[in-house]
Design a protein around this ligand. Sequence first.
Ligand SMILES: [Zn+2]
Length: 123
Amino acid sequence: MNDLTEKQLNSFARSLEALRDELLMLLDISPESGDTVELDQTKVGRLSRMDAMQQQEMSQACRAGYQKRLKDIQRALLNIKQSGSGLCECGWCEHCGDNIDIRRLEVKPESRFCVKCQESQEH
Ligand SMILES: [Zn+2]
C-alpha cells in the first residue's frame, strides 16, 4: 500500500492546487494566437515582424507545455480527491508500480512515473 501519510497527501494537494492556479494564470495572460503578432508590433515598436512571429511561436510552445502540465496536475489532484484514505494512486509509478521518491514528488508533485521510468521514456 501507499505509505504516504494523510498529512503528506494534504500537502501534495496544496502544492498541486498552487501549481494549478499558477498555470491557469499563466495560460490566461499568455497571448492567444491570431492578431497577437500585430499587437506585439505596436507594443514594442521596433521589433520586426519576424521577431514578433518567433516570439509568438515560443509562447505557443510554452502554452503547450503549460497545458500538458496542467492536465497532469489536475489528474493528480483528482487522484488525491477520489482516494479518500489509502487508495490514492499518487506516489506510485504508473509504469512499474514502484514508489516514487518522495523528494521527486516534492519537486514535481504531479509526477506519474518514477525517475527510472521517466528517464527511459525520455530517451
Ligand atoms: Zn517506474
